[in-house]
Design a protein around this ligand. Structure first.
Ligand SMILES: Nc1ncnc2c1ncn2[C@@H]1O[C@H](COP(=O)(O)OP(=O)(O)O)[C@@H](O)[C@H]1O
Ligand SMILES: [Mg+2]
Length: 293
């Protein structure tokens, strides 16, 4: 007969909590990470501000988040997060550190792999070096729920390799014509090498609603006209003095001024539904390694 004493009920519920925790662990151990690339074409559009805030906000939701700063040789995500990693991806390529040694913990429990500052090896890796790096990163896909890759300006072969393998790209641009033109160029290249890529766009540092709307209309118009498709509008982040203040403090604006307009907009970007589904059938790094050959 079922024992209905309080102690027995407590034991049964404690037991089922253990079973639930084990089930959750098994599930997370067998599913690979969702991978999101962040790029823009032009430098200074706010990729790293968006990437670091996204990483913190998603980590705060209880996700295991890895931020990889692929702005090879000009990395600054560690500065934006107030971290001083002893090793970076350059050391990993050179075999002087493992990814586990290079990974550091940041706000909300996120993990960061820094790209290194002024390191030629990461700015211009040979194919063999890049392949070694992708193989070193491959096991991490089983350890995280979300991997955010913050790319540098331009669209070199390391970025293109990532875009070939990715399911999701978040373009970060401003309302300015030069930034829009570069965002279009990245979008065009990205959907050419990977037609099934889901691309979202964030307009950052927009001065007002009119500039935001007209920038979106322009980008959307040119994409539709010349490519017959358009990215998804994910959101607008206003130009906000809270952002440079947070940069000076070396902490994400979402943490130091969560009620600022920029932080509120970044929170809404972090709720982009695509971030919940950005998982490929074949693991990301397998696809990247294939794309490299
Ligand atoms: N929404 C914003 N409002 C005001 N300043 C911003 C905003 N986003 C970024 N910035 C400023 O722009 C600078 C460059 O941003 P960053 O993310 O490093 O660009 P990227 O990674 O694209 O080169 C930051 O140091 C920050 O001070
Ligand atoms: Mg950057």
């Amino acid at each position: 007969m079922l024992d209905l004493s309080p102690l027995a009920i407590w034991r049964r519920s404690a037991f089922s909590r253990v079973i639930d925790a084990e089930r959750r662990m098994r599930q997370s151990a067998t599913t690979t990470a969702r991978v999101v690339c962040i790029a823009s074409g032009k430098g200074g559009t706010g990729k790293s501000v968006v990437a670091t805030n996204l990483a913190v906000l998603r980590a705060q939701r209880g996700e295991r988040v890895l931020l990889i700063d692929f702005d090879a040789g000009l990395a600054n995500d560690h500065l934006l997060l107030g971290l001083a990693p002893p090793f970076d991806l350059g050391h990993v390529i050179e075999g002087r550190a493992t990814v586990a040694e290079a990974m550091v913990e940041g706000p909300g429990g996120l993990r960061l792999l820094s790209g290194g500052v002024g390191r030629h090896v990461l700015a211009h890796p040979t194919r063999r070096e890049f392949e070694r790096l992708l193989k070193a990163l491959r096991p991490l896909e089983d350890e995280f729920d979300l991997i955010i890759v913050d790319h540098g300006a331009g669209i070199g072969y390391t970025t293109v390799t990532h875009l070939c393998a990715a399911t999701t790209l978040l373009l970060v641009t401003s309302h300015e014509v030069t930034a829009l033109s570069d965002a279009y160029a990245v979008y065009k290249r990205a959907v050419m090498v990977n037609p099934s890529l889901h691309v979202g766009v964030v307009f950052n540092r927009v001065p007002d609603a009119d500039s935001a709307d007209s920038a979106w209309e322009r980008l959307r118009g040119v994409c539709r006209k010349f490519l017959g498709r358009q990215p998804e509008l994910v959101g607008f982040v206003p130009a906000d003095s809270a952002v440079p203040r947070s940069v000076d403090l070396r902490a994400p604006v979402s943490l130091v001024e969560p009620n600022s307009l920029a932080a509120q907009s970044l929170l809404s970007v972090s709720r982009w539904p695509q971030l919940d589904t950005a998982r490929s059938v074949e693991p990301f790094y397998e696809r990247a390694l294939k794309a490299l050959h």
